[in-house]
Write a protein that binds this ligand. Structure first.
Ligand code: NAG
Ligand code: NAG
Ligand code: NAG
Ligand code: NAG
Length: 508
């Protein structure tokens, strides 16, 4: 990016910023640079970080938010919510995309609800056998059993609440719940047999807890929290040249020990332990609200059930989130280990508007300041199209504010075919420009709160990884607050700074 192409600041911003530059002394750079690592996949589950956490779930490929499509074997057509929802379910499409995709809500190991494109749920119309997508609140008649053929798990029949199977009638295009026979040869002549394709999956906290269910989830999660991160990890962090951890937490921690189902209690005790260990090994903590109520981005790592993004759409929701910050700030403000509170991670534009985010950040900031004047308040920039300085007008009026930017050479197509050297040049040139743009003399502090030495290059050598890591450490080391690697532990080696340090890929 050249400076010419950068978005221009409004004149109003300059006026505001000049007035406030008088108070800049109080926003001085901290006396040390943060070199942190996120404890990803610990108190907020992400299946790709530790897939084995899901191993004990029955039908573990059918979790909340899984996107499925159904092909009628007899008609050779896909099931479709006509108009995307709000009316009948048909089976007359030759190809499948949005209207032919159903998002699962898991009720039990075998019972599911199906959410359509326009967010209604598939169900039976008023006690008839007609299958429609009109209800916005799923109940018994919106609950179906998926019966899988043994040995061919994607060949399924779907039983409705009336005890009959769904079938596709040739004469109409309609799907009805009136197929009687309980048995089948699973042949292509059976109008109640469908081929189910899974086209999207989610493996977050909602999925793992609801997947295990209320009887098993508490034991599984407590075991995970007690074993995935332990005291020796803090000793390792401290002795490796890192000086802080960024700990993702979920909003349900506020109701520990009995959060709303399916979430389970115990993450608060784990966070308490983290403070004890951090203080023992002289490691600082950034508490990071990674999952906000309603989900701020629809990703699995924000606790979303089915990909919906509903955070910030009401004052009530924002107040509920402020209450989580209040709880965390009041509990940990006096702890010497507390370095910062990150108010929300990766709110996604345009679903999260700048207006509601600004309202929340102001209220969240004031809440942290009720308890501490020394903790930094971290504000994550929005993902998606936006001006990286969009929080500056808000931050200029506040003290101890840090803007968090995440730099991955991964998720944009510009990286898909980059060579090793192009990736490294991108860090030295383009990331430097981007970081310079947000790191200003009188502006908020800056934090590269997530980065990794993983990239799209395949077949890279150890030396390639080392050079890529060195480039990022050098450039991100110029962020005025510091940086945080994503993440400490991961089955994918390059995403684990523990593995990268132990195997000589990263030296601090
Ligand atoms: C279904 O019931 C609702 C309310 O009970 C009624 O308004 C609607 O007309 C009924 N629809 C049909 C198709 O019977
Ligand atoms: C599918 O069936 C519905 C209901 O009969 C009809 O309105 C619609 O036009 C059909 N669509 C296609 C692509 O055949
Ligand atoms: C299906 O059910 C019918 C009647 O209940 C029975 O006669 C038949 O043998 C069953 N077929 C299979 C394949 O189990
Ligand atoms: C990176 O920066 C260079 C020059 O500074 C520019 O020519 C190039 O387009 C940028 N690359 C991308 C992918 O934006």
């Amino acid at each position: 990016m050249t400076s010419q192409s950068l978005p221009k600041l409004s004149p109003a911003f300059f006026t505001f910023s000049c007035l406030l530059s008088l108070s800049v002394a109080a926003r001085a750079t901290p006396n040390f640079k943060v070199r942190a690592v996120s404890l990803g996949g610990w108190l907020v589950t992400e299946g790709w970080i530790k897939p084995s956490l899901f191993d004990g779930i029955i039908n573990k490929d059918l979790l909340d938010g899984t996107q499925v499509q159904f092909l009628s074997v007899k008609q050779g057509k896909y099931v479709c919510a006509e108009s995307g929802g709000g009316t009948i379910i048909v089976a007359n499409r030759t190809s499948a995309s949005g209207w032919e995709t159903f998002k699962l809500w898991r009720v039990s190991e075998t019972e599911f609800q199906f959410r359509v494109f326009n967010r209604e749920f598939v169900g039976l119309q008023n006690g008839t056998t007609d299958v429609v997508a009109v209800s916005t609140t799923p109940g018994e008649s919106e609950t179906f059993q998926i019966v899988r053929k043994s040995g061919d798990m994607n060949r399924v029949r779907i039983m409705a609440s009336n005890g009959f199977f769904l079938q596709v009638k040739k004469t109409q295009d309609l799907v009805t719940a009136d197929f009687e026979s309980k048995n089948t040869t699973w042949g292509n002549d059976d109008p109640s047999v469908f081929v189910m394709s899974i086209v999207g999956t989610m493996q977050g906290e909602f999925q793992v807890t609801n997947g295990y269910g209320p009887l098993k989830a508490p034991t599984i999660m407590r075991k995970h929290w007690a074993t995935f991160i332990t005291e020796p990890d803090f000793q390792f962090i401290s002795s490796s040249g890192l000086n802080a951890v960024r700990i993702p937490v979920g909003w349900w921690i506020v109701s520990d020990p009995s959060p709303p189902p399916p979430f389970v209690g115990g993450s608060l005790e784990a966070l308490d332990n983290a403070f004890t260990w951090a203080e023992k090994y002289n490691v600082k903590i950034v508490i990071d609200l990674h999952a906000a109520p309603g989900s701020q981005n629809g990703y699995e790592h924000s606790g979303s059930r089915d990909g919906s993004q509903e955070w910030g759409q009401s004052d009530e929701n924002i107040q509920q989130t402020v209450a989580v910050i209040d709880f965390l700030a009041s509990r940990y403000a006096s702890r010497p280990g507390l370095l910062a509170v990150e108010l929300i991670n990766e709110p996604l534009s345009p679903g999260v508007s700048l207006d509601s985010l600004t309202k929340y950040y102001k209220a969240g900031y004031d809440t942290v300041r009720k308890y501490t004047t020394s903790a930094y308040v971290v504000m994550s920039n929005r993902l998606g199209l936006m001006d990286p300085q969009e929080l500056f007008p808000l931050a200029s009026g506040l003290q101890g504010v840090v803007v968090d930017v995440h730099y991955y050479n991964l998720f944009s197509s510009i990286f898909y075919s980059m060579t090793v050297q192009q990736n490294i040049d991108y860090v030295y040139n383009n990331r430097t420009s981007e970081l310079n743009y947000v790191t200003t003399a009188n502006g908020p502090l800056t934090f590269v709160g997530e980065w990794t030495a993983e990239w799209r290059v395949s077949g890279a050598t150890k030396e390639d990884y080392q050079r890529f890591a060195v480039a990022q450490l050098e450039v991100f080391g110029r962020a005025s607050f510091g940086w945080s690697y994503w993440t400490l532990k991961n089955v994918r080696d390059h995403w684990s700074i523990e593995w990268m340090i132990q195997n000589g890929y990263i030296a601090l």
